[in-house]
Design a protein around this ligand. Structure first.
Ligand code: HEC
Ligand code: HEC
Ligand code: HEC
Ligand code: HEC
Length: 116
């Protein structure tokens, strides 16, 4: 009598787990993979790209980033240009594929996002 009851419970638990997986199935790219959703999405009614304020809490400033991505003899710096302080997520995707918007107008050969 006990075995079938346990089997039913196990099947029920498995069904609940499988059923729950797709709803929360979001992949976070790269170095942010272990972050909690709230780290970027706190205070949002529906999850959407956070503002650069959220990103800069950890990444410092546009100036600091511009130093990291400055290359000798290279005039195209994604973090220092006539575009100004564009929202980070215009280029960097956290769940999908990043898009270097400068390429929309300029051919820039030697810039790659980490991991691509
Ligand atoms: C490092 C910051 C960051 C973390 C952590 C993060 N997200 Fe996001 N999320 C974003 C950004 C940026 C977008 C805008 C779309 C993109 O970048 O792919 C977004 C968009 C979304 C969207 C809207 C659909 C879409 O893809 O545009 C959902 C839903 C979402 N996130 C869910 C989650 C869940 C669930 C977690 C935790 C498992 C999470 N996010 C963790 C930054 C983050
Ligand atoms: C809780 C802190 C934290 C937040 C918030 C955060 N990052 Fe990061 N991010 C890191 C760390 C740590 C690294 C790895 C070290 C490094 O490259 O600076 C990283 C790396 C990156 C990289 C290099 C690629 C990679 O995955 O290693 C990019 C691009 C980046 N972050 C963009 C963003 C953007 C855009 C946002 C806002 C949507 C954001 N980060 C929010 C901590 C954070
Ligand atoms: C116009 C597109 C664009 C915008 C806007 C942008 N980035 Fe980037 N980012 C890039 C590209 C392209 C690279 C790779 C550069 C390279 O290969 O030198 C990069 C590299 C990075 C890196 C890795 C730096 C390293 O080499 O260690 C971090 C971290 C980062 N971005 C964070 C941010 C944050 C945070 C913001 C917003 C404040 C932001 N980016 C806005 C295009 C952009
Ligand atoms: C909507 C189109 C557009 C986008 C997007 C764009 N630019 Fe430009 N950019 C221009 C135009 C137009 C000029 C002026 C004409 C020229 O000198 O090529 C220019 C000029 C420049 C110059 C000076 C040109 C030279 O040859 O000395 C640099 C550097 C530059 N852009 C970098 C960037 C960077 C970095 C990004 C991304 C953050 C970017 N641009 C995004 C249109 C764009």
């Amino acid at each position: 009598m006990r075995f079938p009851a346990q089997a039913i419970m196990a099947a029920f638990a498995a069904a609940v787990c499988l059923g729950a997986a797709p709803a929360g199935a979001v992949t976070i790219n790269g170095s942010h993979a272990s972050l909690k959703c709230e780290t970027c999405h706190a205070g949002q009614a529906a999850k959407a790209a956070p503002s650069q304020k959220t990103c800069l809490k950890c990444h410092g400033s546009y100036e600091a980033l511009a130093k990291k991505t400055a290359k000798a003899g290279e005039k195209f710096n994604p973090h220092d240009s006539h575009m100004g302080r564009v929202e980070c997520t215009q280029c960097h995707s956290m769940h999908g594929k990043s898009h270097y918007i400068c390429h929309d107008c300029h051919a820039i050969p030697n810039r790659k996002f980490k991991g691509e």
